[in-house]
Design a protein around this ligand. Structure first.
Ligand code: FAD
Length: 472
């Protein structure tokens, strides 16, 4: 039988890889998808976006239950069933892994469960990917193009290893009992989301951050507001910490650090979560056999996600210079699929990527922060609208937070929107569209927003740039 030559072989079945595979198949290409895990979905579905948000949803319900009487509901003695919290999270994952299997069949994508490795450049226009299958056998997959989408792993503090006490996102999602205390090292999105979840469930939570503010990639005012709200929730936040050390003991671990004033501090906790970023998973995938020279493990690409090896593309968390987010990876996958099929595509625009942090309160942003806009030389005009003036926020009992709009005073172009408060991660979509379509503040001021909605805070936010917010 003639050997199958695929149009494209995608290595990695996370959101970047499976999205690319599906779109390529929709365009009529013959696609192979190789994944080292027994289930498709990658970090996002198995150990990242989806399980954390499933747990955050339970945490939100639990928070509401604690104050049910405020909403006119008498509840006597509700109890948290940790085993079932995890089971519900796992059920959400299972439903979606099955969904992915269905989509592979529906789109006639041939899947291989095994570790893929490039063998070198293309020979006569055909690449080979060696796959070590789960049963120990090997397979050589031939394809005209290869898309690398092998994702990332949690970074660990140097000198430590993840175990039952010192956790990464992987271990913390399966701890058998709710810890009474948790130290979270790192206050990026992953760190603050877990801090928020475990605080809601009743743990004593301490955050350690080396930088002088939490969620350091966000606008400074957002960081300040999150700090205020986390403190209000009773989360102990320590900024500008140095020399963090973890000493394990019978009750968990003693975490010690030097505080912002140079004083030694320590905290005993049952568990320690290390959330200090994600390292690209590019070891052992055969880059040494190609013209690709990784930069600290990351693969560099051009705007069409092409690597320096002809016919080999890279998408998702392994790509240097792009935010490590599921929607960035999947969009890059759509771009590559369209290019391979000769269809219309637009490159991923770094300045139009929404960033969402699903802690309580939620944070969402797109475009430039106020400081970045000033650095770029814009004549910046800022508007700010507090959720206290939004009627839906009152209904939701979520008055804290605000919408901040950063605009260019000269032409009224919207440069960035930064939200902290209810449904921030949902309503940011409108702002991404506004930036994508290069909308001006005035155009958004005359865009009708349904009432009563949280999105109306955006209408007031845009209007506040001109000092014309109605509801405050
Ligand atoms: C706790 C947590 C929460 C997060 N929450 C969000 C969120 O809310 N929103 C958001 O946008 N992002 C979130 N992220 C980030 C998001 O998970 C990643 O950006 C996303 O998963 C990256 O997708 P990817 O396809 O590049 O890689 P991955 O999802 O890591 O998938 C890579 C796949 O490649 C496979 N693989 C690796 N090496 C090989 C090989 N050699 N051969 C074959 N297969 C291989 C792996 O098995 C894996 O399935 C979160 C991350 C974490 C850790």
């Amino acid at each position: 039988m003639a050997e199958t030559i695929f149009d494209v072989a995608v290595v990695g079945g996370g959101p970047a890889g499976y999205t690319c595979a599906i779109r390529a198949a929709q365009f009529g290409l013959k696609v192979a998808l190789i994944d080292a895990n027994d289930r498709l979905g990658g970090t996002c579905l198995l150990w990242g976006c989806i399980p954390t948000k499933a747990m955050l949803f339970t945490a939100e319900i639990w928070d509401h239950l604690k104050h049910a009487d405020r909403y006119g509901i008498d509840v006597s003695d509700p109890k948290l069933n940790w085993k079932n919290v995890l089971a519900r999270k796992d059920d959400v994952i299972t439903r979606h892994t099955k969904g992915l299997d269905f989509l592979m069949k529906k789109n006639k994508i041939t899947t291989f469960k095994g570790f893929g490795r490039l063998t070198g450049g293309a020979k006569d226009g055909v690449h080979s990917v060696d796959v070590k299958l789960a049963d120990g056998t090997a397979e050589s997959i031939k394809a005209k193009k290869v898309v690398l989408a092998t994702g990332s792993d949690a970074r660990m503090l140097s000198g430590y290893q993840a175990d039952e006490t010192v956790l990464t996102n992987y271990e913390i999602l399966k701890i058998v009992e709710m810890p009474k205390s948790l130290v979270v090292i790192g206050s990026g999105a992953v760190g603050v989301e877990f801090a928020s979840i475990f605080k809601s469930f009743g743990a004593e939570v301490t955050i350690l951050e080396v930088l002088p503010r939490v969620v350091p990639v966000e606008d400074e005012e957002i960081s300040k507001e999150l700090l205020r709200q986390f403190k209000k929730r009773g989360i102990d936040v320590n900024l500008s910490v140095k020399d963090t050390k973890i000493e394990k003991n019978a009750d968990g671990a003693l975490v010690s650090w030097t505080d912002a004033n140079g004083k030694p501090q320590s905290k005993q906790a049952e568990k320690v979560l290390v959330a200090v970023g994600r390292a690209p998973r590019t070891a052992g995938i055969g880059l040494d056999k190609t013209k690709i020279v990784p930069d600290r493990g990351f693969i560099m690409t051009n705007e069409w996600m092409e690597t320096t090896e002809p016919g080999v593309f890279a998408i998702g968390d392994i790509v240097g210079g792009l935010p490590q987010l599921a929607h960035v990876g999947s969009m890059a996958g759509l771009v590559v699929a369209a290019r391979l099929a000769g269809k219309f595509a637009k490159p991923v625009n770094r300045s139009r990527v929404p960033g969402c942090t699903y802690c309580d309160p939620q944070i969402a942003s797109v475009g430039l922060t106020e400081a970045q806009a000033k650095e770029k030389g814009y004549q910046v005009k800022v508007g700010k609208f507090p959720f206290v003036g939004n009627s839906k926020a009152t209904i939701l009992d979520a008055h804290d937070g605000f919408v901040k709009v950063v605009s260019d005073a000269k032409y009224g172009e919207i440069l960035g929107v930064h939200i902290i408060g209810p449904y921030a991660t949902e309503i940011i979509a409108e702002c991404v569209t506004a930036l994508e379509l290069e909308a001006t503040v005035e155009e958004m001021m005359f865009t009708i927003h349904a009432h009563p909605t949280v999105a109306e805070a955006l209408l007031d936010g845009f209007s506040s740039v001109e000092g014309l917010a109605v509801n405050v």
